[in-house]
Design a protein around this ligand. Structure first.
Ligand code: 5GP
Ligand code: 5GP
Length: 209
């Protein structure tokens, strides 16, 4: 077995809030008015803050392989700034190829992401604590942490943009695809973002109207 494909400790399951992404990037698809967190990716990660990436330069995403998953992928894992296929191919080649030893081939990888995304419903967890999207309400990052801890028994990482708008929710997932606490010391690259997001209240993202 190719060691590069199991050489990590856990995964980040990364979901994004589209409106915040589109505040900071040029979006070709404007998120609909009523939208939800969408998937960014499932990323193999090491406890020391490093991660493997691009583990098989010969592997490209084959859309035929994931044909049965397309309706669901288009719904929950759209690209807001390019086309879906390019985004999925990027996520597969950069991160998915490194997960093969644990999750399996492309079909298994995308299926695993969809299954985790459905099982770990961020929006439901937030709503259960009265945390709903608003242009006006501001929420403390700790309240968002607690909402996910209540719902799933684990602590996530939450990132905000420079304006304090909710950007991404990172949940940690073990190699048996079960949620675990995110406890590692932040990688220097992440430290700034994490500090920025824990210091100030997290505003909820804008709607696109
Ligand atoms: P950025 O520099 O925009 O934070 O990250 C660029 C890309 O690097 C991300 O989309 C992701 O593919 C990868 N990346 C950034 N931080 C991490 C990390 O902490 N762990 C992993 N596995 N990938 C990361
Ligand atoms: P990562 O940061 O995961 O390595 O890379 C994400 C890449 O996909 C970037 O090049 C980004 O521009 C592109 N991309 C296309 N659509 C989306 C989207 O909806 N969300 C995010 N986060 N990246 C997207």
């Amino acid at each position: 077995e190719d060691n590069s494909k199991v050489d990590f400790d856990y995964f980040y399951l990364v979901r994004q809030w589209p409106a915040t992404f589109c505040n900071d990037h040029f979006c070709t698809h404007r998120p609909p008015k009523k939208y939800a967190f969408t998937v960014h990716g499932l990323w193999p990660q090491r406890r020391d803050g490093t991660w493997p990436q691009f583990c098989d330069s010969s592997s490209e995403l084959d859309m035929d392989e994931i044909e049965d998953l397309l309706p669901e992928l288009e719904k929950v894992w759209p690209s807001w700034s390019s086309d879906d296929e390019t985004f999925w191919n990027h996520e597969w080649t950069r991160h998915g190829t490194c997960a093969e030893g644990v999750v399996g081939q492309q079909h298994a990888f995308f299926k695993a992401v969809l299954s985790l995304h459905n099982k770990l419903n961020i929006q439901e967890a937030f709503e259960a604590r009265g945390i709903v999207p608003s242009n006006y309400a501001r929420y403390h990052v700790q309240a968002l942490h607690h909402a996910l801890d209540d719902a799933y028994g684990v602590m996530p990482h939450i990132t905000c943009d420079d304006k304090g708008e909710l950007a991404e929710v990172w949940m940690c997932i073990d190699k048996k695809l079960r949620p675990i606490d995110c406890v590692e010391g932040p990688h220097p690259h992440r430290a700034a973002k994490l500090a920025a997001s824990s210091g100030s209240p997290a505003g909820s993202a804008h709607d696109s109207s």
